[in-house]
Design a protein around this ligand. Structure first.
Ligand code: URP
Ligand code: ZN
Ligand code: ZN
Length: 463
């Protein structure tokens, strides 16, 4: 029997309409008002918004970092994502130096196998192009890995040189994949970090103070320049500051296919509010790029509104405070970098974006679902509500109130970056490929039901 969602307000990136949505098996069959109810199972969505499931294009589940692993695996992380209204993630496989990307892809498929609760794609982190890097990249594209992440930071671990970046960009100009850039000048930062340590500055706040916004802006500018020379698009991940944003805006004003995402932590948290510098509690906010001064926040919101920024993802990379962040008690460089957020992205952006009058409903859907789906080659299968699309649908209660807390969240981590934040607007029911997987905060589905998404290159976000 098909499922008919009646009387809801259907919101896509383009329109807001009172309409019914008919779900037939795993896909959406029809979207219009007055679909005859006969023979269908009825869901009454009166007073609710009917949204496309959220797409979080930047997560790190079960990721090795600094001698430990991010604390959410594909089961706990995707379950928490679903409860928050996200039905698709794109996680990162990591190529180890001197090995084939294929090995990393198999490893990450293994991590997701039997665990993923929602559909997932994979980016490939490139650490080494070696002698067969180009064939490796092409073979990844044919496996649906339509994007690669390269690091301009973390020297000696993940950082690659400009030649590698440029060569990778040139290959994507041919194979249609998208390079995602972690843009910070790692060499400069390393000098600042060594100096801080030599001066005995070992507290978590020095993680932030040794990574100036100019180091981010310089790398963004360089990444875009290399992409321009290569004739390739580029996507800047986790952009955190006005300085960096200015570089993206200028490039886009020149018509370059430069894209960028930011994350809720940069929109809502700050050095002033979260990192008073007095205790090791600050380690909860050690991630990279770091928290910035508060004055950057409104600039990032403006950037989202005016499409200088296209996407909000989470960079979800949780580490427990008690036994993982604590690895850096005496030395901030040993604190595993990352913070949790996969569950709260939709609530936070809805509340602080739509309720606060900073974003329209349509722009909210665009930056949390449609644009990431498009940019990363999943649209219109994901990211919209239209006939033929996967029936990934969220029934959203616009007046549901919720207080974010580690005591009630579903992420496997012992703190929340947004502890005590009150939000209005929350996912009530979540459908993934037509299956009801969340009902009022309760996860109903089987781990392992999530499918790997073969993404298409040249995702349609640029010519
Ligand atoms: O601190 C962060 N962001 N950890 C995850 C790895 C990355 O750079 O995205
Ligand atoms: Zn990064
Ligand atoms: Zn990341």
């Amino acid at each position: 029997m098909a499922l008919l969602i009646q009387n809801g307000t259907v919101v896509t990136a383009e329109s807001t309409t009172l309409a019914d949505v008919l779900i037939d098996g795993t896909t959406i069959r029809e979207v219009r008002s007055g679909i005859p109810p006969q023979g269908h199972e009825i869901v009454d969505a009166t007073g609710l918004l009917v949204l496309p499931g959220g797409v979080d294009a930047h997560t790190h589940l079960d990721m090795p970092f600094g001698g430990t692993y991010s604390s959410d695996d594909f089961e706990t992380g995707t379950r928490a994502a679903a409860i928050g209204g996200t039905t698709t993630i794109v996680d990162f496989a990591i190529q180890s130096r001197g090995t084939k990307m294929r090995t990393a892809l198999d490893t990450w498929w293994g991590k997701a196998e039997g665990k993923a609760c929602i559909d997932y794609g994979l980016h490939m982190i490139v650490t080494d192009l070696g002698s067969s890097g180009f064939e490796d990249m092409d073979s990844m594209v044919s496996e649906g890995v339509a994007s690669f992440k390269l690091f301009m930071a973390y020297p000696g671990v993940l950082m690659v040189d400009d030649a590698t970046i440029f060569r990778a960009l040139r290959q994507t100009a041919k194979n249609g994949a998208l390079v995602c850039m972690h843009a910070e000048n790692g060499s400069v930062i390393d000098v600042l970090v060594q100096q801080a340590l030599a001066e005995g500055k070992t507290a978590p706040i020095y993680h932030a103070l040794t990574r100036p916004t100019v180091a981010e802006a310089e790398a963004v500018q360089r990444a875009i320049a290399m992409a321009e020379m290569a004739g390739a698009p580029v996507y800047i991940v986790h952009l955190s500051s006005e300085d960096a944003l200015n570089q993206v805006r200028e490039a886009r004003d020149r018509g370059l296919p430069a894209f960028a995402e930011t994350c809720p932590q940069y929109l809502l948290l700050s050095i002033e509010d979260q990192m008073p510098g007095k205790s090791f509690e600050d380690a909860k906010y050690v991630f990279t790029p770091p928290l910035r001064e508060k004055k950057n926040q409104q600039k990032l919101w403006d950037g989202l509104k005016h499409d200088h920024l296209q996407v909000v993802s989470t960079d979800h990379c949780p580490f427990c405070f008690a036994d993982q962040k604590a690895l850096g008690k005496d030395d901030f460089t040993k604190i595993p970098n990352g913070g949790p957020g996969i569950e709260n992205r939709m609530q936070l952006i809805y509340h602080h974006g739509v309720n606060a009058g900073r974003l329209t409903l349509n722009r909210f859907v665009e930056i949390t679902a449609s644009a990431p789906a498009r940019i990363f080659g999943m649209y219109p299968q994901k990211g919209t509500i239209a006939p033929g699309s996967d029936a990934d649908v969220v029934l959203w209660g616009p007046s549901a109130e919720h207080t974010i807390s580690a005591a009630t969240h579903h992420m496997r981590v012992d703190y929340s970056m947004f502890e005590g934040f009150k939000v209005r607007g929350n996912a009530r029911q979540v459908y993934s490929r037509g299956e009801l997987i969340v009902d009022r905060g309760e996860f109903l589905a089987r781990p392992g039901r999530g499918q790997y998404l073969r993404r298409t290159p040249r995702g349609g976000a640029w010519k």
